[in-house]
Design a protein around this ligand. Structure first.
Ligand code: HEC
Length: 161
């Protein structure tokens, strides 16, 4: 009687100790794994919204979109389109070699569109969305050597579609 009682007493604290040890070793692991995605999420959310373009690239501050479409810019842009872009782009949603431009204004930020036109090589090498387009089209858009004003006019044409 006495022996088994003392065994029982001896086991009880031991099993408590094991329980505590088991919990103790699990808790930090769980905390670490649930903390990591929580800490990373805001950074991942921010990345596409605020890409860090190199100095000299177009930012949102460089672009003012009027309430109405600037028809003068659209006329100018159509001339450039006929001369330099129509081989690969269309003014509908349909892909030619590159994407059709209709609807692009709803999918991309205006500064992204202008940087794609003005800094094409950097964009296809560094911007995930531009890289996804290269994958899709299996073509890299050649640099079009547009001036900022010309690229701004092209943006207005894209907006007008
Ligand atoms: C030789 C073909 C070619 C020519 C010429 C060309 N592009 Fe492109 N363009 C592409 C391809 C292909 C893409 C998709 C990105 C890539 O694969 O490089 C693209 C992407 C774009 C995009 C982004 C479209 C989207 O869906 O987000 C814009 C804007 C653009 N081009 C503007 C122009 C302008 C403006 C011109 C003329 C001044 C022009 N491109 C001439 C092939 C061309």
């Amino acid at each position: 009687m006495y022996t088994s009682f003392s065994l029982g007493r001896a086991f009880l604290p031991l099993s408590f100790a094991l329980l505590v040890a088991a919990c103790g070793s699990d808790t930090p692991k769980e905390a670490a794994s649930s903390d990591t995605p929580k800490a990373a999420a805001p950074v991942a959310d921010k990345a596409p919204a605020t890409p860090s373009y190199p100095a000299g690239f177009i930012t949102a501050d460089d672009i003012t979109l009027g309430k109405d479409i600037d028809q003068g810019m659209v006329t100018e842009a159509k001339k450039i389109f006929d001369a330099k872009c129509h081989v690969c782009h269309g003014l509908t949603e349909e892909k030619v070699i590159g994407p059709g431009w209709k609807g692009v204004i709803n999918e991309r930020k205006p500064e992204w569109i202008m940087n794609m036109m003005l800094h094409t090589q950097w964009m296809v090498e560094n911007d995930p969305d531009a890289q996804a387009l290269v994958e899709e089209t299996k073509t890299v858009m050649p640099d079009q050597e547009l001036t900022k004003d010309q690229a701004r006019a092209m943006l207005e044409l894209i907006r007008s579609l």
